[in-house]
Ligand binder design. Structure first.
Ligand code: PBG
Length: 325
């Protein structure tokens, strides 16, 4: 009679070297993308109160943060602009001397190895704070498309390595892809915010980017948090239209979406660990209610474990500073 040994899984948990050998998921600084908020002026650094450790910075200060990130092994930044001037159509978003355009040129000349991704959306540049132009009080999808294309071409012209449309208009990836190709940027990839949900977790970002809608909300264009089959449709459509990398946003409350999209499509997948996800861990940490650093590492690990290839996170530098390589 054979003796059946019941497995004892604790054997492989008994020391750190053993745990390291059998670890299934690792997060390294090379997986992370750091968002940065560019504003006008010089030597400006304005802390965002709801996001400790995150500042609005003028281009000179932004360069320092980017250099720090690069030194820590973070390969990419995602740029948002806070323009001096806003109007109905968001025209400061495609100015030659716009704040993002200036930041991109400075980054590519000072830190050429840093991958520069730009957020393409009208909400930071429109007086009403919506992600597209208005017809009455409705965001006009098709009237918005050429403006997004213009902004994307302007970012690519300044030297952006990747453009990332976050507006959630239908067919914007197709229109941006054609515009990039026609203007000599056929090698510039598109990172599409494909499944972007109408989420309560964007609150602190809207303080950082000064992009709160002045009326209504974004539920007419961003996705219903209840839907996952629709996320798969969005992702497949974006890839058909020419997206190179797809994004799921937010991350933590949508791990099932990340998992299904990765498992069912296999496309390169970026998850956005958004402002509210960052703020809630930092706030609880500041109260001494949780160990914020451990909680952040656990959350970022869960996002990779769910299937993300890369993560946009405001915690990128703190993560990299503490990580044992
Ligand atoms: C712009 C945009 C938003 C975020 C990224 N791009 C805000 C929004 O849709 O209201 C949110 C990022 C975050 O919360 O960290 N459309």
């Amino acid at each position: 009679m054979s003796m059946l040994h019941s497995p004892r899984l604790r054997r492989l948990r008994s020391s750190e070297p053993l745990r390291t050998l059998v670890r299934e998921t690792t997060v390294s600084p090379g997986d992370l993308i750091l968002p940065l908020f560019a504003t006008g002026g010089e030597r400006i650094r304005r802390p965002v109160s709801s996001m400790p450790g995150v500042d609005q910075t003028s281009v000179d200060e932004l360069l320092r943060d980017a250099e720090d990130a690069l030194t820590l092994g973070i390969p990419a930044v995602l740029l948002f602009g806070i323009p001096d001037r806003k109007d109905e159509t968001g025209s400061s978003g495609w100015e030659e001397e716009g704040v993002v355009q200036r930041a991109v040129r400075a980054l590519k000349s000072e830190l050429p190895e840093m991958l520069v991704i730009t957020d393409v959306c009208l909400c930071e540049y429109t007086s009403h704070g919506h992600c597209g132009v208005l017809r009455g009080d409705v965001v006009d999808n098709d009237a918005t498309l050429p403006l997004l294309a213009r902004m994307a071409v302007s970012h690519a012209g300044a030297g952006a390595d990747i453009v990332a449309p976050s507006d959630m208009m239908d067919r914007r990836v197709a229109v941006i892809r054609s515009a990039l190709d026609e203007n000599g940027f056929s090698d510039t990839p598109i990172l599409a915010y494909s499944a972007k949900y109408a989420s309560a977790f964007y609150g602190p970002f809207r303080e950082a980017a000064e992009s709160t809608p002045q009326f209504g909300d974004r539920r007419g264009y961003q996705m219903d948090p209840a839907n996952v089959a629709e996320a798969l449709r969005e992702v497949r459509l974006d890839v058909q239209e020419g997206a190179d990398i797809i994004m799921i946003k937010p991350a933590l409350a949508y791990l099932d979406v990340i998992h299904r999209v990765k498992a069912e499509t296999g496309y390169p997948l970026c998850a956005y660990h958004v402002s509210g996800e960052y703020a809630m861990v930092m706030a609880a940490g500041a109260h001494g209610w949780i160990d914020a650093d451990r909680a952040m590492r656990e959350v970022l690990t869960s996002i990779k474990r769910a299937g993300a290839d890369m993560i946009i996170t405001y915690y990128a530098r703190q993560f990299a500073r503490g990580s044992r390589v």
